[in-house]
Structure formats: structure tokens, C-alpha cells
Design a protein around this ligand. Sequence first.
Ligand code: ADP
Ligand code: MG
Length: 368
Amino acid sequence: MTVTAKGEGSGAVLEVEDLNVEFPTEDGIVRAVRGAGYRLERGESLGIVGESGSGKSVTALAVMGLLPATARVRGSVRFDGGELLGLSDARLSEVRGSGIAMIFQDPMTSLNPVYTVGYQIAETLRRHHPGLKARAARDRAVDLLGRVGIPGPERRVDTYPHELSGGMRQRVVIAIAMANDPEVIIADEPTTALDVTVQAQILDALEAARAETGAALVLITHDLGVVAGHTDRVAVMYAGRIVETGSVGDIFYTPRMPYTLGLLGSMPRLDREEERLIPISGSPPSLLNLPPGCPFAPRCPLRREVCDRVEPPLRPSDHAHHLSACHFAGELVDARAEDLFAVAGADSELLARFADTAPGSDTEEDSA
Ligand code: ADP
Ligand code: MG
């Protein structure tokens, strides 16, 4: 037997490499994703975090082959070692059926309003197990509804999506993903539309889905707090690129990109003495006519002249698996969000050190 391409040479189940997505629009070309990449080992979980507009959803849709036809996509997306970019719609929908399941922010995107939830789960099961009897499929549907935390699953199995709350619907979507027995689950802001107490339960339901199927998880969120207890690794996205990636510990305790520090500072945390959030001023750049240099520079307290000229590459910072895209990553050792993004006039050694070499005083902060 010859070696097959399946998983050849690596344990990666999903590899996204140098992904570029452009949308031609009336105003010009929107460069939504600019050389993004990640690698997901079997069963592993990766959080993708960044403010709205950073290219998280477009990256996910490119992986799933769900972008509008006008999108121009370059790069590589390999699932189980096989290239997905350029596959026919028929082949891609096979992959979507059983290889990679996607969970969207709005569960109604995935549910059919005219069928009961039990019917929709049973149909999915029977697509994968053609011999499965109706009774057994229904029993399994009840079992899956229980596993995702739906109380009274024997009763709920016969309800229609509109009879359920948003949180319950999202659990049904996760149960359907489980019924597909996928190798990868991509969840795009699965809790964003829900209130905080329900969010935690949905994340637990996702954990249950992983435990049951052994699937790897890509958890996309604008909220760094969501990934903390639920993923092994984190990739931070900004302006269409991954600007920092590492283990959850790397990202939370030794961030090496000012943007990551900014996200950490603007996250509510119980371990901080004064419960004060430090917002990053400004907003992400338009991806239409992006100027040269680091896209975060206009908002960055550490901006120096080089930042406006050269976009920093993503490269190893303190170890081989912790990468960051900042010219001054090395200067961020022990930096805290409040050292960088605190209110104007804050006494910060780090900022003082940078002020000596900064080009004028054209940072976002007014001098006090
Ligand atoms: P995120 O999910 O991180 O909030 P998105 O991936 O949805 O961000 O969007 C990234 C960028 O791509 C945004 O600037 C958005 O406006 C743009 N974009 C997304 N879809 C389209 C489209 N169909 N046509 C033009 N621009 C788009
Ligand atoms: Mg999105």
C-alpha cells in the first residue's frame, strides 16, 4: 500500500496557510484577510479573537467554501491533508456534512423552521447511518438533546425551533453538529447574541460536543474572556492578519503585541483589584486602501517611525510556538495593559522609554 495523503506527515486536521480574501467593491478592493494561517491538531481547540471587522468570519467562511462568488481567495486550506480551495460545491458540501461543522451566531441560520428539532437531528443521523431505524434515531436525538443541556429532552424533541429560546436553539444546533460526528467544529461567535448566564452553558455544550465526537474546535469570538477556559491556544486577529498566537498562558500572561495587551485591558476581570476597564482608543482600520506599515500603529502607544513604514511579520517571540507581529515585541516583557493604554498622563516607565525615540508626539493620547 502506498501512503495516502490523508493526514500525511502531520497530525493536523485543519491547516490554513497564507489565506488571502479580497472583495472587489464599488469603492475598491476590500482586503478582508491578508495572509492568515493556523494549524489545528486533531482534537485541539483554538480561539480566534479580535474586534469586529478583523476578518475572523471571512476566514471561517473561506475554510467552509461559503464566501460569495465575488470573493477572490488565495492560499491553502487543507482538511485531513487534502486541499479544499478550488473543490467543487458538491465535494465541499460533503466536507461540510461530516468533516467540518459550522455553528453561527444566529442559530436560525442553521435550523429549518418547518421541522421539529427532533426530526432535524434524526435526519442528520440517518444521513450518516442509512440503516438507522426511525425509533433508534429518535432515541439518539433525545440523548443528544440531553447532552447539550436541554432539560426535558423527551418533550423538547417534538418542538419547533420557534418554540425555543435563543440559548436552547443554539444547543440544538450543537446537537446537530454532534450528530454529524465532525472532525472539526468551527463556532463563530456562538454566544454573542445570548446573555451572560446562557453563554457559559453554551460553551459547556460545545465542550460536550467535543468530548462526544473528539472534534477539534475553532472558537471565534470578539471576547477574550470566552476563550480562557475553553481553548488550548489563541490566535489574535487584527486587520485581516493573525498578529499574535500562542497558548492561552502565552496570550494572557506574556503577551507580545500591544493589541493583545489592549484586548486584555478592556476585558472585565475578577482578579484585578480595581474593576476598571482600559479601552483601546480608536477603532480598527478600513480594509479598503489600507496604508503601509503596521495596521495597529495609529492606535498604538508604542508607535515609532518604523511602524508606519513596515508591517511587522509574525515571528517567534519568546519560544517557537508563541508568535507575534510587533517590531518591539521584545520590549513588552512584563508590560501590563495599564502601562500602555492607561489614561493620558499616566506615569509609565515603558511609555517614557518609548517617548525618547518616538516620532514627535503623534500618538492617540493627548499629552497631559
Ligand atoms: P469579523 O468576523 O472579524 O468581525 P469579518 O470577517 O466579518 O470580520 O469582516 C472582515 C472585513 O471584510 C470587514 O471589513 C467586512 O466589512 C469585510 N467584508 C466581509 N464580507 C464582505 C463582503 N461580502 N463584501 C465586502 N466586504 C466584506
Ligand atoms: Mg464575525
